[in-house]
Design a binder for this molecule. Structure first.
Ligand code: HEC
Ligand code: HEC
Length: 267
């Protein structure tokens, strides 16, 4: 027999508690609320939201601007820049942020935006892949995905993507770690409740890469997954692992219709 999640959390010192936090259902959240879906923006503090509201205040734009610089930088043995083949990113990259991960035929599995970028570097530029969480890869991913800002998430989960979506979904509902908790236990059962000093959100992925005040920098969605896995004292999976890319597709679809917010700002 399983104890309730809240009982487990209290017993283990996670300290889940009911809201009383300034979280308000009365607010009109505009584009950040679509049906029952609510962006992490609607759970962030007013001060944090204000930073995201102003692109000049939003420190994530230092990464986006660097991504824009890299876009035209020639690198690798092929003597090309991203712009040599893709020209104007606002045109050619307009949908990536809303539609990835996708099924990638040559791999026979999913590919996310970071992997697509690195695939172009190694295959098309004959340049070295950028490391996960490097300033370069975060900046380029933020730059590419931000071209879709405001567009509703619209991923494909049928056809060849279907089995990978199912794996991602299973991962989401699977309990893990010493605390024996699934993603669902925090982000579905307890969205709007406090966990220690944090207000739990629905755990939506539409703002990544995201600037986190706690990180004092931009981080990828996979970094966030690793953090959430560690919170329940589970072994995190690797950056770019199949487990996380499948989970990424499930999460995107779970938030289908929310606007791309990259680069978001969160506590
Ligand atoms: C013990 C509770 C807990 C569990 C379990 C948990 N998370 Fe989280 N998660 C948090 C907290 C706390 C935050 C930061 C506040 C917030 O946005 O909820 C967070 C944030 C997130 C965010 C960022 C949301 C945003 O708007 O930036 C995503 C995405 C996320 N979690 C996904 C997951 C996934 C996927 C799993 C399962 C692998 C998971 N979480 C499991 C506690 C949890
Ligand atoms: C030599 C030409 C070339 C260069 C240089 C190149 N790419 Fe590509 N890129 C392609 C081709 C061709 C495709 C489509 C491949 C396919 O259909 O599988 C593509 C696809 C993409 C996609 C997916 C677009 C979509 O709508 O699905 C992204 C993202 C991307 N490239 C990013 C980059 C970035 C970032 C760089 C620079 C670091 C870069 N590419 C450099 C040729 C190039």
């Amino acid at each position: 027999m399983r104890r309730s999640v809240v009982a487990i959390a209290i017993a283990t010192g996670l300290g889940l508690a009911g809201a009383g936090s300034g979280f308000s259902d009365e607010m009109d959240w505009g584009p950040y609320e679509v049906g029952d879906l609510r962006s992490g923006y609607t759970f962030a503090t007013a001060a944090t939201r204000a930073i995201q509201d102003d692109d000049f205040d939003n420190p994530a734009f230092l990464w986006v601007d660097y991504g824009e610089e890299l876009w035209t930088a020639v690198e690798g043995e092929a003597g090309k820049a991203c712009a040599s083949c893709h020209q104007d990113a606002s045109d050619t990259m307009a949908n990536v942020g809303a539609t990835y991960p996708v099924f990638y035929e040559p791999w026979g599995k999913l590919m996310n935006a970071e992997q697509r970028i690195n695939q172009c570097r190694t295959e098309n530029m004959k340049a070295k892949a950028w490391k996960w969480e490097s300033r370069e890869l975060l900046s380029m991913t933020a730059y590419v995905k931000s071209q879709a800002r405001g567009k509703p998430i619209d991923v494909t989960i049928d056809g060849k993507a279907a089995p990978f979506y199912e794996k991602g979904k299973a991962f989401y509902y699977e309990r893990r770690g010493q605390l024996d908790m699934a993603c669902k236990n925090c982000h579905e059962d307890n969205a709007g409740n406090m966990i220690r000093a944090n207000l739990l959100s629905q755990g939506q992925s539409n703002g990544f890469p995201t600037y986190r005040l706690k990180w004092q920098g931009v981080g990828s969605l996979h970094r966030r997954f690793r953090g959430c896995n560690k919170q329940v004292r589970a072994e995190p999976f690797g950056y770019g692992s199949d487990e996380y890319v499948n989970l990424e597709l499930f999460l995107a679809h779970r938030g289908q219709g929310l606007p791309v917010e990259t680069p978001a700002v969160r506590n």
